[in-house]
Ligand binder design. Structure first.
Ligand SMILES: [Zn+2]
Length: 442
């Protein structure tokens, strides 16, 4: 076995239990499909955050029926939380009785809008050719259903004897997760002693484990000049020309420098294994939209929004500092120019080490069920892992779940039923491995 040499995972001793567990999951196939359909039928579109409460209460009732302690946690005071669209999260916890670690599954219940181009109804959960179709089928209601069936199968087989298993259904992942996992993490739900290992069943393909994600720094740069008559531009100071200087420095110096910075994180696609910068939007001069006659003035302001994705090897201060250094050079080159930088949003990069317990446990059962080693990946963009590792105290956190990443947010989104069954088995068996580890918390 892959990790038996380490001495802390002993698959042979639990083979009989695992066989029972896998047989149980095979018999739950129809329930797995039904639960996925039920979840898709809540149109939890974000924005604005429709049907959150109904979906959270549906999940809570299901967990409650199996004897979980269920809490509803509203992201009060968080962005977009209103009485019309409450940011309602649900947490359910099953205790094993004996002391041991807690394995937590977290899934976001929100989905992006359906958009155009569907050939099937997006909120009905149509089953066709071994797939369940609908908005959120792969991102990530199929993953939530798989995690719940994994937990229920462990309970059905009487395999939760020590430690605890926990599930949270959270909101707003698609818009930053502040009212969802961010709120839970800042309020103690991922503290030491509560949760030890976290699996987020995002659609990463059922034979891959996602260790983490790059960081992001969103900022708005404003360059200011001096207004003047457009017929005598030499009497003004053009903020647009200043921005042009800045863009030239970005193209000639910063972008080539970023391309040389490689990360040890296994980001997919391959192009994301370096630092990147996207110029999100730019505006200078006369206000937009504009359909009249232009006023003959020199533009005295120009704004640029930057989306900088940074690596775990890059300190955030350096990320900011190199932008400021370029702007200082732009300012020094033209009298009368100035600049300001407004930080919009920052999320730190995060990565769980490839030999961490949750990774080893998932690897072992992927290898067992797929007959090949698990692939380790990292995400180019962020997801809720940042909140758990940054505001919470859980370092042993990964994304692992059914579904094909490329289908997320697409029309005719689907999740494969066989993929769900396989990843349900991986999640259930990995949970058992983690609950039985000798190194568990006392
Ligand atoms: Zn997702």
């Amino acid at each position: 076995m892959l990790f038996s040499a380490k001495g802390d995972i002993m698959p042979r001793e639990i083979t009989a239990d695992i066989e029972r567990l896998f047989r149980r999951i095979d018999t739950r196939r129809d329930d797995l499909v039904k639960l996925t359909q039920d979840l898709i039928r809540f149109p939890t579109v974000n924005p604005p955050g429709d049907a959150y409460e109904a979906c959270a209460r549906f999940l809570g009732a299901r967990l409650d029926a199996r004897g979980a302690r269920v809490d509803y946690v509203r992201g009060k005071g968080e962005p977009d939380d209103t009485d019309l669209h409450p940011r309602l999260n649900v947490v359910g916890r099953f205790e094993g009785g004996l002391p041991g670690p807690c394995v937590h599954f977290n899934g976001h219940i929100d989905v992006v809008e359906a958009g155009l181009g569907w050939t099937l109804p997006p909120f009905e959960g149509v089953v066709k050719d071994g797939r369940v179709y609908g908005r959120g089928a792969c991102d990530m209601k199929g993953g939530i259903a798989s995690a719940i069936i994994a937990m229920e199968s462990l309970l059905d087989e009487g395999l939760l004897t020590r430690g605890a298993i926990e599930f949270s259904g959270t909101v707003d992942e698609e818009s930053g997760g502040f009212g969802g996992v961010g709120h839970l993490a800042r309020n103690g739900w991922f503290d030491k002693g509560r949760v030890d290992h976290v699996i987020i069943p995002e659609p990463l393909n059922p034979d891959r484990v996602c260790l983490g994600h790059r960081g992001v720094w969103w900022a708005e740069v404003e360059i200011t000049g001096q207004i003047g008559h457009g017929a005598m531009p030499f009497l003004g100071v053009s903020a647009i020309r200043g921005m042009g200087d800045f863009l030239t420095l970005i193209e000639k110096e910063l972008v080539p420098a970023l391309e040389t910075r490689r990360t040890r994180m296994p980001c997919v696609p391959e192009g994301a294994r370096q630092a990147t910068l996207n110029l999100n939007s730019i505006h200078g001069g006369q206000p937009e939209p504009f359909d009249g006659l232009p006023a003959p003035v020199v533009a005295d302001r120009c704004r640029l929004v930057l989306d900088r994705r940074y690596l775990i090897e890059e300190p955030l201060e350096g990320v900011k500092g190199e932008i400021v250094a370029l702007l200082d050079r732009v300012k020094a080159a033209r009298a009368g120019l100035d600049y300001s930088v407004r930080e919009i949003m920052t999320f730190a990069p995060t990565m769980t080490e490839p030999d961490a317990p949750v990774v080893a446990a998932l690897d072992e059962w992927i290898d067992n069920l797929f007959g090949r080693p698990a692939e380790h990946v990292a995400s180019p963009g962020t997801y809720d892992q940042k909140h758990i590792t940054r505001f919470g105290a859980v370092r042993d956190c990964v994304a692992y779940g059914p579904g094909i990443l490329d289908l997320a947010h697409q029309p005719d989104e689907w999740v494969g039923i066989e993929d769900m069954v396989l990843s349900t088995k991986v999640m259930a068996a990995a949970t058992l491995t983690l609950l039985r580890r000798e190194t568990s918390r006392a």
